[in-house]
Design a protein around this ligand. Structure first.
Ligand code: ADP
Ligand code: MG
Length: 352
């Protein structure tokens, strides 16, 4: 029933952050090199994400917002080797159930004739009309939680905190996505649109961080490329997947971290951004190691951290929670021990 659908949808789309996350990840999956996120009234009125990705082909208009429809998973086996962010086919269907939902899309073939698609709460295609447009997709989410009054009131009440969280998350995408022009803007109910930050399609995360946080922040960071050697151990995630020659697996930690110096003018924002293979996620255990090692050099400050843990897809599992925010890492203990040693070595070889 439609009520059941709304309740279940509330598990994928729980707040403003999950809307931004799902829609931006779809743009990334579509191969976009420009992604523009536009808020009206801090998302309370609308969130619009426009990309220049592959677009959606006409035969798929009917199905994209149906529950469990996905174009990204061809065989069940793929689940463990996933490269794309999405794969459950739940985001668009949930957004239909929880907002006024519109998609404008255009493939290379159709350009400059784009299709404007409107959907019913069930995810069924309601109407299609022709508008002009370039290759890519724009997703428009209006009146989020309009049919869940308690959740809607909660969102309005916590809008300050929610807004902070969603900007944090978009900062994270903007910093990690190299080769993507990422722009975020906001328009108050009365007043004109303001660009909050943007990246320029840079080839490096370094330049992205400069665009988002400023050159001063970047200058106070050390760039890291840590290699953590993992000795193979038996475990559920490694069964049958261990390297044939039994050699150690390598995990890389790429990114930037505050130089642990006491000097003034070296203050960095205490922003901490963690990723697994470029996918933003919370890694509290990793954060703990970074903070502990850093504080043994500089007890008065928290470090800025941008850390992308790059590892084989068999060494982790993101299918733990519907929002994919929880990640299970195989042999995390060994990774953390190695990380601690490598970080100490990195800081020791710096002029601090
Ligand atoms: P999933 O990402 O898990 O496949 P979604 O509900 O997020 O499921 O999206 C459903 C489908 O809609 C996708 O598989 C894709 O085919 C299409 N789609 C959604 N957003 C975009 C986009 N920005 N560009 C191209 N196709 C998209
Ligand atoms: Mg998706």
């Amino acid at each position: 029933s439609s009520t059941v659908h709304q309740i279940q949808s509330g598990q994928v789309i729980v707040d403003l952050c999950s809307v931004a996350k799902e829609v931006v990840e779809n743009s990334v999956d579509a191969g976009a090199t420009t992604i523009e996120v536009r808020f009206k009234n801090q998302g309370l009125d609308s969130i619009e994400v426009q990309d220049n990705g592959a677009g959606i082909a006409p035969p798929n208009y009917e199905s994209i917002a149906l529950k469990h429809y996905t174009s990204k998973l061809s065989t069940y086996d793929d689940l463990s080797e996933l490269q794309t962010f999405g794969f459950r086919g739940e985001a668009l269907s949930s957004l239909c159930a929880l907002s006024r939902f519109t998609v404008v899309t255009c493939t290379q073939q159709e350009a400059p004739r784009a299709a404007k698609l409107e959907f019913e709460t069930s995810g069924k295609l309601k109407s299609t009309s022709v508008v002009s447009g370039q290759r890519g997709t724009t997703v428009i989410v209006e009146d989020l939680f309009r049919n869940l009054p308690v959740r809607r009131r909660e969102l309005e009440r916590n809008v300050k905190r929610e807004w902070g969280k969603v900007i944090n998350l978009l900062n994270q995408y903007a910093c990690v996505q190299t080769g993507v022009k990422f722009t975020v803007s906001q328009q108050p109910t009365k007043g004109k649109r303001m660009i909050l930050f943007s990246t320029k399609g840079n080839p490096t995360t370094r330049e992205n961080i400069i665009n988002v946080f400023g050159v001063k922040t970047m200058n106070a960071l050390i760039t890291m490329d840590l290699k953590l050697e993992l000795v193979p151990t038996a475990g559920p995630l490694s069964r049958g997947k261990a390297r044939a020659d039994g050699s150690a697996t390598e995990v890389r930690v790429l990114g930037h971290v505050s130089r642990p110096t006491h000097g003034e003018g070296r203050q960095t924002p205490d922003r901490q951004m963690f990723y697994v293979n470029g996918r933003p996620c919370g890694l509290p255990q990793f954060a703990k190691v970074f903070n502990e090692v850093y504080r043994s050099y500089n007890a008065s400050q928290s470090p800025f951290i941008f850390a992308d843990i790059q590892l084989d897809t068999h060494l982790y599992d993101v299918n733990v929670s519907p929002d994919k925010r929880t990640i299970l890492l195989h042999d995390q203990g060994q990774m953390l021990d190695n990380l601690r040693e490598s970080l100490i070595e990195l800081f020791e070889t710096q002029d601090v």
